[in-house]
Design a protein. Structure first.
Length: 161
C-alpha cells in the first residue's frame, strides 16, 4: 500500500527522531507521493510539464506545507476506520444498523480512498451511489463538481418529497 510506504519513508528519515524533529522530515518525498496519489497518471501528465514537476519539487524542499506528525495521524485514522468493528466485522450487520437515507459518492480511480468498500456498503444499504468516473482520482469531486452538485441537489430534492 502506498500509504504504508509514505509513513515508512517519513519515519525512516534521519531527521524524524520519533516525531520530535527539529527539521520537518521527508518534505519532498511527501510532496512527490501526494502528487502521484491524488490524481491519475493521465490527469497528472495532462496538467504537468517536466519543468513544472522539477520546479514543484524544488519548491517543496523549502515549503512548510505540513507537519509530518499530522500526516502520519491522518493516514493512521484512515487505515483504522472500520464501520463493521462494532458488529464483529459484519458489514451486513453494520448496514442494517443504519437508519438514515444515504447517498454514497465514490471516485472510480481514487488511489487514496479506494471506492470498492464504499460501493459495497452502498449496495448493502440499498443506497443511491454516484460513481465519478473521470480521470482525476482523489480530486474527482473538484474535477466533476458540476455533475456532483447536480446529483446531490437532485437527491436532496427527491428526499424532501
Amino acid at each position: 500500500m502506498l500509504w504504508h510506504a509514505q509513513i515508512e519513508a517519513l519515519t525512516r528519515d534521519r531527521d524524524w527522531r520519533g516525531g520530535r524533529y527539529s527539521v520537518n522530515p521527508a518534505r519532498v518525498l511527501d510532496f512527490a507521493f501526494g502528487e502521484l496519489l491524488l490524481t491519475t497518471p493521465a490527469d497528472y501528465n495532462r496538467r504537468k510539464t517536466r519543468e513544472q514537476v522539477l520546479a514543484d519539487l524544488a519548491k517543496a524542499q523549502h515549503e512548510k506545507r505540513f507537519d509530518a506528525n499530522d500526516k502520519i495521524r491522518q493516514v493512521q485514522a484512515m487505515l483504522e476506520l472500520d464501520v463493521s468493528r462494532e458488529f464483529s466485522g459484519s458489514m451486513e450487520r453494520a448496514a442494517q444498523a443504519v437508519k438514515a437515507n444515504v447517498f454514497v459518492v465514490v471516485a472510480k480511480f481514487d488511489h487514496v480512498v479506494t471506492p470498492g468498500p464504499a460501493s459495497e456498503f452502498a449496495t448493502l444499504l440499498g443506497a443511491k451511489l454516484l460513481d465519478l468516473d473521470g480521470d482525476c482520482g482523489h480530486l474527482a469531486t473538484a474535477c466533476e463538481s458540476q455533475r456532483l452538485n447536480k446529483a446531490v441537489s437532485d437527491y436532496l430534492a427527491a428526499d424532501k418529497r
